[in-house]
Design a protein around this ligand. Structure first.
Ligand code: FE
Length: 210
């Protein structure tokens, strides 16, 4: 009987990778081996989803909130519904938008694993999933912010939000000075993934805008 159970639950033995991760690894190895996929192209694809395609959704949401006060109100009241106005929908997990102000900075982490608001940000960056970030974001959020996105003044409150499978967070960063009169599209271009996780502020890159 134990032999029977063993056969059916063989995947539950201790392994360095989870079931799905193992399957992905196996598929990747097979595709590379058969010459169907160039590992470099695959890395580029993952990078695209981590830093470009994914966060662009969130950037559009943030830019809309910056130019449209009614939309911002909807976003803060019910982020899931406001984000769904763009057609970005999750798999039933709730999402909450956290507004940064001159006196409050919000920082998002998942202390247990890597829960992330993927409909607006895509795939989480490697550092977000790393043990040091997950621990330090809670123990020393100001230290983390100083390293990743610049020091936060003492009179600014830092709030840390721990994501779960059921509840994800999107930071609504402060609109930077010097962007008055910019179009929604121009604004979306300067909103970064890190700003929407809360580790950095949005800044105006030299030469951008109009
Ligand atoms: Fe998680």
């Amino acid at each position: 009987m134990s032999e029977h159970d063993h056969h059916h639950h063989g995947g539950e033995h201790d392994r360095p990778l989870s079931g799905p991760a193992l399957r992905v690894k196996a598929l990747e190895s097979l595709l590379v081996e058969k010459g169907l996929v160039d590992p470099k192209a695959l890395d580029e694809l993952i990078d695209t989803y981590e830093t470009k395609v994914g966060p662009r959704n969130g950037a559009r949401v943030v830019a809309r909130a910056w130019v449209d006060p009614a939309y911002k109100q909807r976003l803060l009241a019910d982020a899931g519904a406001a984000i769904a106005e763009f057609g970005f929908v999750g798999r039933g997990e709730d999402i909450v938008a956290l507004e940064n102000t001159p006196t409050v900075r919000n920082l998002v982490v998942c202390t247990l694993c890597s829960c992330y608001p993927w409909p607006v940000l895509g795939l989480p960056p490697v550092w977000y999933k790393s043990a040091p970030y997950r621990a330090r974001a809670v123990i020393d959020p100001r230290g983390v912010l100083k390293e990743l996105g610049g020091e936060v003044a003492d009179d600014v409150e830092v709030r840390v939000w721990d994501s779960t499978a059921e509840l994800r967070y999107l930071v609504l960063p402060e609109r930077p000075a010097g962007t008055e009169g910019w179009s929604e599209e121009q604004l979306a271009e300067i909103v970064t993934r890190d700003a929407m996780i809360g580790v950095a502020r949005v800044t105006v890159p030299a030469g951008s805008g109009r």
